[in-house]
Design a protein around this ligand. Sequence first.
Ligand SMILES: Nc1ncnc2c1ncn2[C@@H]1O[C@H](COP(=O)(O)OP(=O)(O)O)[C@@H](O)[C@H]1O
Ligand SMILES: [Mg+2]
Length: 235
Amino acid sequence: MSDVQDGNRLSQWGALAAGLAHEIKNPLSTMNISLQLLEEDLRERPQVGSAKLLPRVELLTSEVQRLQRIVSDFLKLAKAPELDLKERDPNTLVESIQTFVLPEFERQSGDLAIQLDRGARPIRVDPDLVRQALLNIIRNALQAMPDGGTLTIHTVASDEVFRLDFIDTGGGMDAGVCSRVFDGFFSTRPGGTGIGLAITRQIIQLHGGDVVCDSALGRGSRFTVTLPVGGPEST
Ligand SMILES: Nc1ncnc2c1ncn2[C@@H]1O[C@H](COP(=O)(O)OP(=O)(O)O)[C@@H](O)[C@H]1O
Ligand SMILES: [Mg+2]
């Protein structure tokens, strides 16, 4: 089969899956609301055996909410976002993310070390999407260091490319996991949807850039993001 036919068939399946996800979304939200009302009722009427029923309803609620997250994450991934490109100082972008995540680091006794290349010139990016892409990497690093540790964010600028390294001191991954982290729905975390890094890669590649993972068990992980300074048209 030719690549074009392959591509068409894939996009047909993609559209079908997105349609299905849309159809699943509304009944899930009805179930979520009904379960929450049921939970409230049970709490207000302890006489109807709620001690036994309440944990079951709570479990149902949390599973329905998990399905809602999966469906909404899938829809985000299925619908490639439109880039709204702007000239931005990339280091300022990193610093704004730092301010945003610092409370999460403090809560977990994690350290955030930022080493910026002060020679960086403005780059053409969709700031909101790039922020989201980088946040996904940072949140994963935090989750990999539940007992504290350090995430170092290091930037290097050239005339063509702005590079960011995210180096954490967490548990790391074996080669098998490392090769699959950007796959949609791949997750090793209980409750994880496996969509974060798939979205990160989609956003970075839409910018004409790339993201790679380098890790080993027990050694921590490094994610390297490269973005073309001139935006996606320049590549
Ligand atoms: N910094 C990291 N250290 C160790 N494992 C990581 C790191 N970042 C990502 N991973 C692995 O990649 C998987 C996929 O990540 P992600 O796409 O964000 O999905 P999720 O966070 O929902 O599991 C994680 O479940 C984890 O196994
Ligand atoms: Mg994640």
